[in-house]
Design a protein around this ligand. Sequence first.
Ligand SMILES: Cc1ncc(COP(=O)(O)O)c(C=O)c1O
Length: 407
Amino acid sequence: MAFFYSDGILHVGDARASVTVDSIIGAIDRPAYVYDLDDIALRFHAMNNAFVGTRHTIHYAMKANSNAAILRHLCALGAGVDTVSGGEIARARAAGVPADRIIFSGVAKTHQEIQRALEARIKQINVESPQELQRIADIARSLGVVADVAFRLNPNVNPKTHPYITTGFRDNKFGMDESFMPELRGILARESKWLRLRGFTMHIGSLLFDLDVIREAIEKTIAVHETFKAQGHALDRLDIGGGLGIAYDTADTAREFEMITQYGRMAIDATRGLDVELLTEPGRVFVARAGVLVGRVQYIKVTAAKTFAILDTGMHHLVRPALYGSKHRILPLHQDAGEKITYDIVGPICESSDFLAKDVSLSQLKQGDLVAIADAGAYGFTMASQYNSHELPAEIAVSAGRVVVCD
Ligand SMILES: Cc1ncc(COP(=O)(O)O)c(C=O)c1O
């Protein structure tokens, strides 16, 4: 419970140590993300506990939120990271994540990004195409190093999520199906001096709730893993990606903790006897609940059709509602028991897609009020832009009721 009301005032923290979001925002005169580091730690521990008894490494998918305080916090707990660009690798390194805890995913790795990754001796590159594998081999040869790689399988499963965040289906650009394997084997054989295949990886999408589909994808990945093993490749890793969802329409988090536990059990069961280090890449489920975006009401505008609360923050700071039609709960920093009014919560951007919530029933808002958009810790700031030349929001991390230095 990272954010909760006490006496009608929104707090961040838990029953032992908390602080009002109001006081955290203080004199900041622009929109701000507020993060609860302790809530992220709870989720990290839940995931670790779910895999207890296995060789398991959590590689937090930092695309969800690459704030330095969060990276430092997770790294101190023992996490590695999953990255998708040279920029993310640099951010992770700057936050103190050791190179041997960094995985590099992503479909369009440039020559320079691969070179820097190999020079830094990161743990593994997750390969998305035969051309990429050849490029890695060429660069490894030029540097005189051996590249540790995993092949990303596209298992062609339907994860039943929003089409924009499906990644393991036949139509998606991600991963490689079995028809790629002969070509990959050929490159591996030719470049055996520079490439070391450590295992396979898959990631079928985000905002997933159906563990059976994830299991199906794991089983398909294991089948390919076994054929490579049978041909003499000493595979010692299996990366089962990330993707666990949270229910944005409710504050009840019990279900997602339960899902983390069941996920671990399922993965252990599905991979029994495989003798590999199991890698996971959770992003959203660690950080979504741990962040809110706080904006200030600039105007209340009543039209014949709608009552708009127009904020200084919008789709440029949190694009999920505009991009995916996702729904976030709206939490005024001060609630009162008075009459409820139905609002559209919108931003300053010159687009009608600039909304944060539609038709939400809230106690009356007025100019100057602060409003938090809930569950905005994942794919919030990392997807923010300066569209219309607005400033990026501030970011403030809190632990045990105190602000943590956040750069
Ligand atoms: C390769 C890979 N791993 C992990 C993730 C993290 O997904 P999520 O935040 O849903 O856990 C993503 C997200 O798209 C991804 O592309």
